[in-house]
Write a protein that binds this ligand. Structure first.
Ligand SMILES: C[S@@+](CC[C@H](N)C(=O)[O-])C[C@H]1O[C@@H](n2cnc3c(N)ncnc32)[C@H](O)[C@@H]1O
Ligand SMILES: [Zn+2]
Length: 327
């Protein structure tokens, strides 16, 4: 059965999508963009097979091996590590979840179990061998046929989903190397419903570990451990932000609630003190340098008149301007 396109949009021009007569997906935008579909996977991107480390054939097995080595090094198991992240997602039955950079799909069984048959997963990756391994594993290894999972080959910094579509958006393991990390976070935030949760993580040693002997050894082995959790790249509206660490504090996990309304800060409330002005006027209303003696005299006069400095200077300037215009 074809996956529904109602949650998708064209990643290039944001127009709605439909299945055309050739069995491809087309967009209703002026450019009439067209995308291949094969075995119910929509191919929004086309890459050379050396696009990234995950575009080589057998990428999923290579990834399995390195993950296996990594988890053994850290004396943990894949089950323990996936469960550790899963509880941050706070999934509920029936939710609609997006997994970006899904890789070979090893998180999918956990997510399916948490959201149940009434839930729905959208999973994307930019590397074809990884995505096709996820499609294959979801059927043959994990036997997830009874769950709704929609796969697309697409770019996490240009997601093919409509605004405010998902209850939870989750990514693990690729974001440090996105071509545009800030855009990748913006995209996760855009497609999350108002008050929905975004959770993502990748390599990055906790600050208290980075300069220890063991931290330095780890970072020499894998330079990605030197990455820092990109908190400054979160949207300004992010709320309930949490920073957690997993796998011996070598991987950061950032979680936040997506809010669509701007921050509720009154930038125009007048200060009560003698300087006066507002947050906005103190930022945008700074004037050219004037004679310091004149400035002192203005301050004295403002105080004598019982006005804030800002109110007094504004009045003088308004009066002066009026005079100039009337001349
Ligand atoms: C280390 S693997 C992790 C896979 C999976 N999330 C997991 O936990 O097993 C990183 C994945 O991110 C994918 N990736 C990297 N850049 C991407 C992008 N711009 N868009 C989508 N996927 C991306 C890679 O192709 C790869 O499959
Ligand atoms: Zn288009």
């Amino acid at each position: 059965m074809k996956q529904s396109l109602s949650n998708y949009q064209c990643p290039d021009c944001q127009a709605d999508l439909y299945y055309n007569d050739l069995g491809k997906v087309s967009c209703r935008g002026a450019d009439e963009c067209s995308f291949d579909v094969k075995d119910d996977v929509i191919f929004f991107e086309k890459q050379e097979n050396n696009y990234n480390d995950y575009s080589i054939s057998a990428a999923a097995e290579v990834h399995d091996n390195s993950l296996d080595w990594l988890l053994k090094t850290h004396n943990t198991t894949e089950d323990e590590f996936r469960q550790d992240i899963l509880h941050l997602l706070k999934l509920e039955a029936g939710q609609k979840i997006l997994v970006t950079g899904v890789g070979a799909g090893n998180d999918l069984p956990y997510i399916c179990e948490a959201i149940g048959e009434n839930g729905e997963i959208f999973a994307q990756d930019i590397a074809e061998p990884m995505l096709l391994a996820a499609v294959d594993r979801s059927q043959n290894k994990f036997k997830l046929q009874k769950y709704k999972i929609n796969f697309s080959l697409s770019d996490a910094v240009k997601l093919p989903y409509k605004d405010e579509t998902f209850d939870v958006v989750y990514h693990f393991g690729g974001i440090n190397l996105y071509s545009d990390l800030k855009k990748g976070i913006e995209e996760m935030d855009r497609v999350t419903k108002n008050k929905g949760r975004v959770v993502f993580g990748d390599e990055g040693l906790a600050d208290w570990l980075a300069n220890t002997e063991i931290g330095k050894m780890l970072a020499v082995n894998n330079p990605l451990y030197s990455y820092k959790p990109p908190l400054s790249a979160l949207p300004e509206t992010a709320r309930a932000v949490q920073l957690n660490w997993t796998i011996n504090n070598c991987y950061y996990l950032i979680s936040f609630n997506s809010f669509k309304a701007p921050l509720d800060i009154n930038l125009d409330l007048k200060h009560k003190g003698k300087r006066g002005g507002t947050i906005r006027s103190r930022f945008y209303g700074v004037l050219e340098g004037i004679d310091p003696k004149l400035k002192e005299e203005l301050y004295r006069q403002a105080e004598a008149q019982g006005l804030s400095r800002a109110d007094f200077i504004e009045r003088l300037l308004e009066g002066g301007l009026k005079e100039v215009k009337e001349k």
